[in-house]
Design a protein around this ligand. Sequence first.
Ligand SMILES: NC(=O)c1ccc[n+]([C@@H]2O[C@H](COP(=O)([O-])OP(=O)(O)OC[C@H]3O[C@@H](n4cnc5c(N)ncnc54)[C@H](O)[C@@H]3O)[C@@H](O)[C@H]2O)c1
Ligand SMILES: [Zn+2]
Ligand SMILES: [Zn+2]
Length: 345
Amino acid sequence: MRGVVFEEPGRVVVGEVPDPQVLEATDAVIQVTRAGLCGSDLHPWTGAEPAGSGVVCGHEATGQVVAVGDDVRTVAPGDDVIACFTTSCGRCGPCREGLTARCVHGQLFGWGPPDNPAGGLHGGQAELLRVPLADGTLVPRPTGISADAAVLLADNMPTAWYAARRAEVLPGTRVGVIGLGAVGLCAIAACRALGAAEVVAVDPVPSRRAAADRLGARTTTPDDAALADTGLDAVIEAAGPSAAQRLAASMLRPGGVVSIIAVQTAEAFGISPVTAYDRNLTIRAGRAPVRAVLEEVLPAIVDGRLQLPVEEVVTHPRLPLADAPDAYARFAAREEGMVKVTFAP
Ligand SMILES: NC(=O)c1ccc[n+]([C@@H]2O[C@H](COP(=O)([O-])OP(=O)(O)OC[C@H]3O[C@@H](n4cnc5c(N)ncnc54)[C@H](O)[C@@H]3O)[C@@H](O)[C@H]2O)c1
Ligand SMILES: [Zn+2]
Ligand SMILES: [Zn+2]
């Protein structure tokens, strides 16, 4: 099959790789109809996060089941499914507590450890995807949900929902969102669905601010926010740099909550212990347990409380895999008008 393979920082290649097979009785193999390109794919690409070469990229996929192992009970060949971006057993302590992203048997799709890439799990930017722990990892794709919407449900939308929940967004909350990529834009939708009174959306990229504006947020640049926006109850940090965390702290009222959803690659937060102490801040961070969060997100979509911002987020849908090297470079450069790419393998 063809797949997008990580070689080294700044370089992914599209080529022939072995077809994945059912290796364990709990595996499924899906034919990928759509796969996302995520801000998280950029951390190995920029070199900020060490990763081994030779692993198929991508952790956001939807497709049709083509094979299952003998112990798989909840999905069958022919089913349309969404693959959560980490695998989970559904039975261990973290899974039972709803922390499926930290399943003791879990793996992240599309990333291999730098010292042992063979120990990684090939990802979804390919024609076929092997899904370990299929019963705990795959979710049936709800009727009426497009393939591009399903890609958002594999990561960005439940991740944003989790960030909003951990920001303690309730009816009337005044919340900031820093970083208006796919995660930040989905976070605006989540905050509105949870009843936020005001969403202040911050990003240096004009086209991303325009998208946030269309989703109902008040938008501003990082420089203007630092001068003018204070006293918020909570801030969702979906950008990553220390500067974004410092900005988050400056925008909060005493006792406010910083919900850091950006992947962390630094040794220390941008918010000092002194600032956290002096302002009584709560700081939360971590990987989103998508499988568990979907239990809340899917009903919210079905009953109309939550609108998936597919049009604003998936600006470059259905690219062929052959375009991946170019798409990675343009996405990393934050090209105006580009928020999210999806591939149709
Ligand atoms: N915790 C999780 O489970 C999880 C899941 C998915 C993605 N993520 C992470 O969330 C983050 C966002 O993902 P994405 O796909 O939206 O990425 P993205 O790279 O498309 O978006 C990041 C945005 O932050 C903005 N930004 C950068 N520095 C800024 C600053 N100082 N102030 C304001 N804005 C700034 C950029 O202009 C960009 O628009 C990434 O770190 C990604 O790895 C985490
Ligand atoms: Zn992702
Ligand atoms: Zn588990």
